[in-house]
Design a protein around this ligand. Sequence first.
Ligand SMILES: Cc1cc2nc3c(=O)[nH]c(=O)nc-3n(C[C@H](O)[C@H](O)[C@H](O)COP(=O)(O)OP(=O)(O)OC[C@H]3O[C@@H](n4cnc5c(N)ncnc54)[C@H](O)[C@@H]3O)c2cc1C
Length: 444
Amino acid sequence: MSERDEIAVVGAGLAGCLLACYLARRGYRVALYERRPDPRTGKVERGRSINLALSERGIDALRRIDLDERVLADALPMRGRMIHPVSGEQQFQSYSVSGDRAINSISRGALNNALLDAAAALPGVRIAFDHRLVGLDPTTGELTFETPQGKVVETAPVVLGADGAGSAVRGQLLGYGVLTESLDFLDYGYKELAIPPVGGEFALDPGALHIWPRGTSMMIALPNPDRSFTCTLFWPTHGTASFASLGSPAAIEQHFAEHYPDLIPLAPNLVDDYQHNPVGVLGTVRCAPWQVDGRVALVGDAAHAIVPFYGQGANCAFEDVVELDRCLDECADEWAAALPLYQARRQENAEAIARMALANFVEMRDKVASPLFRAGKRIEHALERALPGRYVSRYEMVSFSTTPYAEVRRRVRRQHQLVGVAAAGAAALLAGAIGALIGRGRRG
Ligand SMILES: Cc1cc2nc3c(=O)[nH]c(=O)nc-3n(C[C@H](O)[C@H](O)[C@H](O)COP(=O)(O)OP(=O)(O)OC[C@H]3O[C@@H](n4cnc5c(N)ncnc54)[C@H](O)[C@@H]3O)c2cc1C
């Protein structure tokens, strides 16, 4: 590759901007193409603010290029879940055994803007906004964009698609027959509501991620630096008690009064938000391969969009960037070797978090409310205290470590087997002791 050739990164979202920073640090010139206008100069689309839980994997990726402190300055730590039952007291459940580990609430827009600033400040990075990719020839690296000035054609020796769940790069590879994909949408959608500050203060505890588990559906709320909360409803799209079944102001008010009574006094614009904010779709994207001929590759949601219930989509996308950087190191920047290696290392991890994220939906919307679940968590934390470093909960490994996701699943399975064996042993001992006592009683 000649020094004057630019690597093309399509999509200046979270993964694309971070990727541009990492590549520029390696000495590459990078052209970052984004279909939107510069978001730093515009307004957030109504109901699409999305605040993310940023955890260790994402922070690790930022730390490696000294961006962690800048980004975390806009974030609020959440040390556990605050459960809101339909009636009764709120209950706090700590995320970590020590109680002091936190995931961080941050606005996706603020994070994206911080990363855009960081990328734009690097001399090797050129950002082209209002460039929507509409064509890609994977054999030549020719890219076609629609822009307000008309069609623009560029060529790049390496093309990296970081253009999100509906990736146009993936679509182009599909069109050339060099990739297959599967899209699994849930029968659930999401909608945002807002809880404004009360008297200039947070209306709820800002140190927690708030959950209203309601069996087949749920609402969550994350704090914002302006002391408001963004709530997200995760509800079925159709059927009874779904987005489709609730339309009139009276029905909306009645539904919330019945199922989310503590929200009513906190959300003065509830009906307006509900009626006007859009319903987003939720699903899992899988595709293979993630790279073609060591020349075109997919990164982040473009390769593996997942449902948001483990708060890991962006964290996982950032890990992709770290791994790609590591592969370039190990392959002496030979892209034809680095891209297949990147795919080989990341694919099973993306699949592992996709599965864990789906399973966590059931935990969040249903199980967290049950006394049995809370007792299980207490036992889990007791085991973590009794066996430090040997028993570590799944949540702790996913959110507070960089243990590969696939290894997390394997380790959790081993731990459960061990606890199962120990419990069976304890039960056998107990049964033996009871048997001996009964025997003694009969004899005596
Ligand atoms: C409700 C919700 C809650 C979430 N919560 C969390 C959470 O708590 N923690 C977490 O880690 N993740 C969370 N996520 C997931 C997270 O938002 C995504 O995983 C993350 O944004 C992926 O980053 P990305 O850069 O791959 O894609 P995106 O952020 O989608 O960026 C893609 C970029 O490509 C651009 N683009 C698209 N098409 C084209 C084109 N044709 N040409 C040029 N540019 C194009 C887009 O405009 C965009 O800027 C959540 C997602 C949702 C929906």
